[in-house]
Design a protein around this ligand. Sequence first.
Ligand code: 6PG
Length: 492
Amino acid sequence: MDQPDCEIGVVGLGVMGRNLLLNVADHGYSAAGYDLEPTKVDTLLMEAASRPISGAHTLADLAASLRKPRAVLLLVPAGAAVDAVIRGLLPYLEPADVLIDGGNSHFKDTERRAADVARQGIGYLGVGISGGEHGARYGPSIMPGGPRGAYQRVRPVFEAIAAKAGDEPCVGYLGPGSAGHYVKMVHNGIEYGLMRLISETYHLMKQGLGLDNDNLAAIYDAWNHTELNGYLIEITANIFRKVDQRTGHRLIDMILDEAGQKGTGMWTSEDALSLQVPVLAIDVAVAMREMSVLKAERTAASRVFAIPQPTFFGDRRTMLDQLRSSLYAAMIITYAQGMVQLGRASQTYGYGLNLEEVARIWRGGCIIRAAILEHVRSAYHASPQLPNLLLAPQLAKEVLARQQDLRSVVRVAAELGIPAPGLMVALAYFDSYRSEWLPDNLTQAQRDYFGAHTYQRVDMEGSFHTQWGDGQPESDQLLAAEQEPHPAMVGG
Ligand code: 6PG
């Protein structure tokens, strides 16, 4: 058996686990790997070459190979598998050992698991890891949450293996409990939103402007050298160039237009609803993945509504500039919604999140890394309590300078019959957020009319109810609170 001196153990030697383990070893830390499938352990050992890597064929052996207090990183599919591994490991762990879930677990599962293992004195970290296979191997963005003391146990390893933005590692302690998994969930929600926006620009350029894959690749490439610079734009350009080995066509045209989802985007939307935070960008992105899988229905409906698509007669160069500009504005608006959700979650769940730190960690390694995050970071640095990124002077200026372009693009999309709900709700979010007045006085009146739900007045404090129906005597009843004149009405 190996000497009990390994710095960290990894359970789950799939793509993420294997690559992360190699990354750990490349930074001089010894690591032990375990997988239910013995062949994966053997493959790891072959790949390990002279690196300080050992393999374990049982969880008992894995635990025995680790220095104390032990640190065990689980990289298994979210859900029942995580519970099963924890159950299997617990008999071999001792107080002060640290269990780390590096998968995309639901934050409520993380809370439950942390409370369970805490009864045995074991520290539980819920850690978001972003960057896919390449990130795991060469530097992911790492979002750790849980007991601060437990984090100290793995901090040097995490700082060594994380992506670097400049010379700063893209990892930092985020907060207690499920803070890390919550931040990763919202990261994924933003990821969904950004991917949706990019796909809408693709749709508009392909069907609206008739651009081919070479044109599209060149445009996204060029955009990647502008304010839009970021990982998702970069890979989009590459995607349009990729040739299908089977047919010789571009691969993109051979891929079915139905997008799958593992659930993190939906969880983000669900929790935003329960926190009462509007995240239209994420809601729409989730809903449009659902729309995409209705392929058979869409095909049938396309025959029922066989409306000829109008031709775009505008200036194409101008349209391309407006698309780039509106994409950037919509991206700012998308990040803004995710960050507001994090702020609200932090208050509600007691995470004590530092949003500047979140933006800092996301600048490298993760899927939503982009130049814009430097501005997001600066915005929270200047104003840690900023209620919304749209109120940060620099970002407000960027959106203001582009809002007419966004309106033009949305108008063109509507006229051409090209669905662009992501861009549309970005504009709607912006227009709602900047509106001092919204028509919700009518909603209040309707609620009071049919359900006696009461309403507030603009000229005095309190809750009021009115008998609205025809033939009922005119009355307006103050149901609670003092009948003070509203400050806005004093002297008015
Ligand atoms: C990342 C990704 C990663 C993964 C998601 C995508 O940050 O590395 O977000 O976590 O690609 O699972 O999930 P969907 O299947 O829901 O698109």
